[in-house]
Design a protein around this ligand. Structure first.
Ligand SMILES: [Zn+2]
Length: 174
């Protein structure tokens, strides 16, 4: 007997959408209601993120085109609904990867500090001054809500090379 159809126990609730999936290139819509359904989605997103593991996961990465992301940079799980960056400052280069473009990473320059606002799962407004890794995580996840991917931040030859590589890996060389 072959074991091919046996389900792996503890499998993540969601499959992560990979480069080439149109949902990753779509601007996600605002979340209208923070309700029980959304809370369950967040729980499943966190479980999926921890299974990878990842520091952050945006709803479009699990096929849900809504403005929502989860994250944990080592200080516990959080979710932000309808996030917005209202201020950014400085520059910081960081080797960045993405669960939707697995196995690859690039050094990407982004603002070092940002001020992010949004809502938590209780519907309360949140306002977070983020620096370095947290700031990077927020900017990366917010990009996903706007249909952007990390390679969009690369320029010139590095971008061309990166596009060639991801097309080869995820689109079978097309
Ligand atoms: Zn990502």
């Amino acid at each position: 007997m072959r074991g091919r159809s046996i389900e792996v126990e503890g499998e993540a609730p969601f499959d992560i959408r990979k480069f080439g999936d149109p949902v990753l290139r779509t601007r996600a819509g605002e979340v209208d209601d923070i309700d029980g359904t959304l809370v369950r989605v967040v729980d499943d997103m966190l479980e999926t993120m921890y299974a990878e593991p990842g520091l952050g996961l945006a709803a479009p990465q699990v096929g849900i085109s809504k403005r929502l992301f989860v994250y944990d940079i080592g200080e516990g799980p959080h979710a932000i609904v309808n996030p917005e960056i209202v201020e950014s400052d400085g520059e910081w280069a960081f080797e960045e990867g993405c669960l939707s473009v697995p196995g690859l990473s690039w050094e990407i320059i982004r603002p070092k500090e940002i001020h992010l606002i949004g809502y938590d799962l209780d519907g309360n407004e949140v306002s977070i001054e983020a620096d370095e890794l947290l700031s990077r995580c927020f900017q990366h996840e917010l990009d996903h809500l706007d249909g952007k991917l990390l390679i969009d931040h690369l320029e010139g030859e590095i971008r061309k090379e990166a596009m060639r590589t991801v097309r080869e890996i995820f689109l079978g060389g097309l």
